[in-house]
Design a protein. Structure first.
Length: 605
């Protein structure tokens, strides 16, 4: 019998990994900028063309790389940072460590030119779709320049999914601005095809950067706050309720110098605004948290943008109370702004009216700063984290749909139609959206959102695993066991750990937490079925896809579930996060949009 299973060439593996890990130009930018920061750069300059699809070019003045470093730069799992991890048991979850440059080099034409600090000359190396060239001598200033051209050229399917240059550019801009807020001691600049988008100097602190990035109008509505409790402190700004936005895109959180996303923190902030915002409006906050690194897992998410707090409740309380105090300190009328008062608000929403920074702004800014005199922020509180590998590692936090979305209140049924949301037959949700209305299939959309999350986490090796204290033993035909074990790599990535226990028995050692409430036997039989069904026909990748789909489906809100307003808002918010909210995991559409124009036409107005 000839072997049918062959090891994939490393190049192909890297492309697959990158296709899943490097989502879009903004994720490339994030990885490159973090590398520059890790290299101790004081200034980072970025030039982006066509939203990053043609070129992402970054230059830093960090420690640089010597010829030997360069030779390894595009090799996956090569890193200078692993020693910092310290704790061996945590290494397993650093799925993405040392993989950024390899992944990027596998899917684009990349060139690194670098001169190590103190070295007389520089060197360069190229990787074109994973074909890595020789290190050669090159003239270069101290520091590193990396050019990423033709992103996803070697993964055309992936390239097709890039949005317009404008959309990608806005993600790049937002990503760089967040990093610039997190690292006020570093100078940053962004250019679009050689023309300045923004530039901040090392002397411009966080306030000045917020004003520059988000406009004077918003800046004037910010209230400072500062609070601490135990090993945690929070400092930053929250906007008066009038500055609320139509999306949750302006809940900005930073932890120990890193931009993070965190549902619990978002919830805490929202909670503090309770009674001050009308439905469907989202607060604007910039909160910088400092927490003893031993009390927080910053590596839950390999992109380091999600965290897990040891004492989540205390952090929630700290943020909630600090924000509330800042708002009440401003002597706000504690009443809901009546809807009529906001008439036409959508048109003048700050989201659209983003100011550009001009000369006159500087005056207004200093005036504002005088008016809000407070002790200067303790900059030592906002040092950048120890680097890529800083902090403890951990798996993704519990990830059950039910746990992540607030449960519907039991007892009294929730109001059926409040403000701008309506649930129809416990199946569809109707929302007002920017250009009209959207009718959403609650299950299809949630499933789609779950799938995106699962994919992202699987790509990053971070799906939370629930080990079974006592392995569950499942009887099944030997052939099925063989088929399952042959796919153990794919299963492992999904958090399913199996081992042969006997000729016709398999032991289940761990399941993804998302499915941990289900009977292991049912889960494993279901998996075996899918593995057998996919055999021969599809590749390993499509099996993984298939399994991810079924996991998404089973962990999503079902038709027939009553959806609370909070859940609905959450659905809409998270729909914004995914690439393609228009089609569900099974190819069914997730929503139907009717534009205001169409309504007008229909009613002959
Ligand atoms: P990681 O950051 O997880 O180590 P990367 O693939 O992002 O993995 O980078 C690989 C290695 O290349 C880093 O560990 C670092 O030694 C080096 N490196 C990358 N970018 C830079 C840079 N801008 N300056 C200096 N060294 C860098
Ligand atoms: Mg890196």
């Amino acid at each position: 019998m000839t072997a049918r299973i062959r090891k994939l060439p490393a190049q192909v593996v890297d492309r697959i990994a990158a296709g899943e890990v490097v989502e879009r130009p903004a994720s490339v930018v994030k990885e490159l900028v973090e590398n520059s920061l890790d290299a101790g750069a004081q200034r980072i300059d970025l030039d982006v063309r066509e939203g990053g699809r043609d070129l992402i070019s970054i230059r830093d003045d960090g420690i640089g790389m010597g010829a030997q470093d360069l030779a390894l730069a595009f090799v996956s799992h090569a890193t200078s940072k692993l020693a910092e991890v310290g704790d061996l048991e945590h290494i397993a979850s650093f799925g993405f460590r040392g993989e950024a440059l390899a992944s990027i080099g596998a899917v684009a034409d990349c060139r690194i030119v670098s001169r190590e600090r103190g070295a007389a000359a520089g060197h360069e190396i190229e990787s074109r779709g994973g074909t890595v060239g020789e290190v050669t001598a090159a003239g270069a200033p101290q520091g590193t320049r990396i050019e990423v051209r033709n992103l996803f050229r070697y993964v055309p399917a992936r390239r097709k999914f890039l949005r317009t240059a404008g959309t990608e550019m806005s993600h790049v801009t937002a990503t760089l601005q967040k990093l610039a807020l997190a690292n006020p001691d570093v100078a940053f600049s962004l250019q679009r095809a050689g023309r300045a988008v923004f530039r901040v100097s090392a002397g411009e602190d966080r306030r000045a950067r917020i004003a520059r990035f988000f406009g004077r109008q918003l800046f004037a509505q910010l209230l400072p706050l500062c609070a601490s409790s135990g090993a945690a402190s929070v400092e930053g700004f929250v906007a008066r309720p009038e500055a609320a936005r139509a999306t949750a895109a302006h809940l900005h959180f930073f932890l120990n110098g890193r931009p993070i996303r965190d549902r619990a923190l978002s919830h805490a902030a929202r909670h503090a605004y309770e009674g001050l915002l009308t439905r469907g409006r989202h607060p604007v906050v910039f909160l910088f948290l400092e927490i003893d690194p031993s009390l927080v897992d910053v590596n839950v998410h390999p992109a380091k943008s999600e965290v897990r707090f040891q004492d989540g409740e205390a952090v929630h309380r700290l943020v909630r109370e600090a924000v509330r105090e800042a708002l009440l300190g401003d002597e706000l009328a504690p009443s809901i702004v009546p809807d009529e008062a906001r008439g036409g608000a959508a048109g003048v929403d700050g989201d659209a009216a983003s100011d550009t920074y001009s000369a006159g702004v500087k005056d207004a800014l200093s005036e504002f700063l005088r008016g809000h005199a407070e002790p200067p922020p303790n900059e030592s509180l906002f040092r950048r984290g120890a680097g890529d590998a800083g902090g403890a590692a951990s798996r993704i936090a519990a990830d059950d749909a039910a746990a992540r979305l607030p449960a519907p209140a039991s007892g009294a049924p929730p109001p059926r139609a409040v403000g701008r949301f309506l649930q129809v037959r416990d199946t569809f949700l109707v929302f007002e959206v920017e250009d009209g209305l959207a009718i959403v299939d609650q299950h299809a959309l949630h499933e789609r959102i779950r799938l995106e999350e699962i994919k992202r986490r699987v790509a990053e090796g971070g799906l939370e695993v629930q080990p079974l204290l006592v392995p569950a033993l499942v009887e099944m035909p030997a052939a099925e066991i063989e088929a399952l074990l042959a796919e153990s790599e794919a299963l492992e990535r999904l958090g399913v750990r199996l081992a042969r226990f006997g000729e016709t028995t398999v032991a289940v050692h761990a399941l993804p937490s998302m499915l941990s409430r289900r009977d292991p036997e049912t889960v494993v039989r279901g998996l075996a079925e899918r593995v057998l069904a996919g055999k021969g026909a599809g590749s390993r990748l499509s099996l993984l896809d298939d399994l991810m789909h079924s996991m998404a489906c089973r962990s999503a809100i079902m038709a027939g579930d009553v959806v609370t307003e909070e859940q609905a808002a959450e659905l809409m918010r998270r729909a914004d996060l995914i690439d393609n909210p228009q089609s569900c995991a099974h190819g069914r559409p997730t929503s139907l949009r009717v534009s205001f124009k169409e309504l007008l036409r229909h009613f002959k107005r």
